[in-house]
Design a protein around this ligand. Structure first.
Ligand SMILES: Nc1ncnc2c1ncn2[C@@H]1O[C@H](COP(=O)(O)OP(=O)(O)OP(=O)(O)O)[C@@H](O)[C@H]1O
Ligand SMILES: [Mg+2]
Length: 461
């Protein structure tokens, strides 16, 4: 049966549809405003959305557009009490799957559409799964991100991948540096040839040298035979030098020479051989600072950073958190054979306000743990680690006007949205503290019950 979301500011319509479709065996959820619906769409997977067009806070067409962006496969049905040609055209143009007019026949009109969706669902799920698997094996699609910074990076990757120019990827731990390196390789003509990774920080200097360049039999004790280095093994393909910032200065000199001349000489050999390898390097260190402190050679830096790519930390692209969380949820739920297919709005809010020092990897591990712990079919706050559950929203709260000023992210922020988020989170916090007693929650926020109700309605809490 289908998982449905009903969106309408008219409670009677919500109730009518909820009761009828529940009776028919569907899993039905309700949102009474556009914002609440958006949050659900961000945190869960729905097969069908039935949404009103005219709502006080948001136009149904805007919700439709959002839905098609985060979840293109969801069937979206628009309903309206005041049919006009304009809205009908808008609905169709933005990809609504149906357009139904409210009235006595609303249920009769909706029922066959929903039935049809439910029937083809099993089939679709299978096909969607196959398509996603296919995409995951190719191209950039296993990298998720809709934040403008990430889109720009994807575009850059597609543009530079076909050439063989060297790339230096920087970014905090867990931001996806290795994933970017692979995407570059996979989108290049070298894709059929090897992609070889070496963690330069994990080897003592002499070992790293023999790993990279190879050695001749007898070159040192223990060298019992000739061995090719990774440069040669990667011939025609890509060599990914991870943690380049941890490479010793002597090795940096040797690497510089290889990059300069395009030739490698195995340890103990007098012959050099040409290698055709694209080098991609990555580090979570600030190399310019390392250069200033003479731990990294400037000449090597310029050789490596022909194309620099900087991956922003997750806390600077929070809009990607719900998408990533859902992707990981689907992945782990499947691999663990569980039926966890959504994230509670409150749990999602926690994920969205947390600072993620370990970035995408930390989020991935968090969801894996949550799926493992969860016995129901949605991730609840209880399944989140303490540090995330009890994270005070320090970064979201504007400091008082005492002259200290707020910290503004480099790219600026949408103040109105930001303040709304703050209002909403205090509202939830007050409800939590008062055990759901609204009059008490209003008191905690020093507001009248009337204004509390107004806000609660506005934010769908
Ligand atoms: N945009 C993304 N979409 C989907 N998964 C991602 C994304 N970015 C990172 N990941 C996942 O997060 C994890 C960490 O990514 P990756 O290993 O590429 O990070 P890293 O920057 O190399 O980290 P480190 O500096 O610790 O080596 C991986 O499991 C990766 O698949
Ligand atoms: Mg890495």
């Amino acid at each position: 049966m289908a998982h449905m979301l009903i969106v309408d500011d008219e409670r009677s319509i919500c109730e009518l549809l909820e009761i009828s479709f529940r009776k028919e065996g569907h899993r039905v959820e309700v949102a009474t405003n556009g914002e609440a619906a958006k949050r659900r769409l961000a945190s869960q997977m729905f097969d069908i959305v039935v949404s009103d067009i005219c709502m006080p806070d948001m136009d149904g067409v805007e919700l439709l557009r959002y839905c098609k962006e985060v979840s293109p496969a969801t069937i979206f049905i628009l309903i309206t009490g005041v049919p006009t040609i304009d809205t009908a055209i808008g609905a169709v143009n933005f990809g609504a799957d149906r357009y139904v007019i409210k009235g006595d026949r609303l249920l009769d009109e909706l029922r066959p559409a929903i039935q049809q969706v439910a029937e083809s669902l099993a089939l679709k799920k299978e096909a969607g799964y196959l398509r996603r698997e296919l995409r995951r094996l190719t191209g950039l699609d296993h990298m998720i991100g809709t934040a403008p910074k990430m889109r720009a990076i994807f575009e850059l990757i597609e543009n530079i991948a076909p050439q063989s120019s060297r790339v230096l990827i920087t970014g905090e731990s867990g931001t996806g540096k290795e994933l970017v390196a692979r995407a570059i390789h996979e989108n290049s003509a070298r894709a059929k040839d090897p992609f070889i990774t070496i963690n330069c920080g994990a080897f003592p200097e002499t070992l790293l040298e023999s790993e990279l360049f190879g050695y001749m039999k007898g070159a040192f004790t223990g060298a019992n035979e000739n061995r090719r280095g990774l440069f040669q093994a990667a011939h025609g393909g890509t060599l990914f030098l991870d943690e380049i910032g941890n490479m010793s200065v002597t090795m940096q000199v040797k690497l510089y020479r290889v990059l300069q001349e395009g030739k490698v000489r195995p340890i103990g050999s007098t012959d050099e051989s040409d290698v055709d390898v694209r080098v991609i390097a990555a580090t979570n260190k600030d190399l310019e600072k390392e250069i200033a402190e003479e731990r990294f050679r400037e000449d090597l830096y310029y050789r490596l950073s022909v194309i620099p790519i900087h991956l922003p930390p997750l806390r600077e692209r929070r809009e990607d958190i719900p998408l990533l969380a859902r992707e990981f949820l689907e992945r782990f739920s499947k691999s663990m054979g569980k039926n966890v297919d959504g994230i509670d709005p409150e749990a999602m809010r926690r994920l969205e306000v947390y600072d993620w020092p370990g970035n995408v990897r930390e989020l991935e591990n968090t969801i894996e743990r949550a799926v493992a712990l969860e016995s129901g079919n949605r991730v609840s706050t209880e399944a989140l680690p303490d540090r995330i559950r009890s994270h005070s929203q320090g970064s979201m709260v504007l400091p008082p006007h005492n002259g200290n000023g707020a910290t503004l992210p480099q790219e600026g922020l949408n103040l109105e949205e930001h303040i709304q988020q703050i209002e909403r989170s205090y509202l939830l916090a007050a409800l939590e503290q008062s055990g759901g007693v609204r009059t008490q929650a209003a008191g905690l926020l020093k507001m009248s019950y009337r204004s509390f109700r107004h806000y609660a309605k506005k934010y769908g809490v």
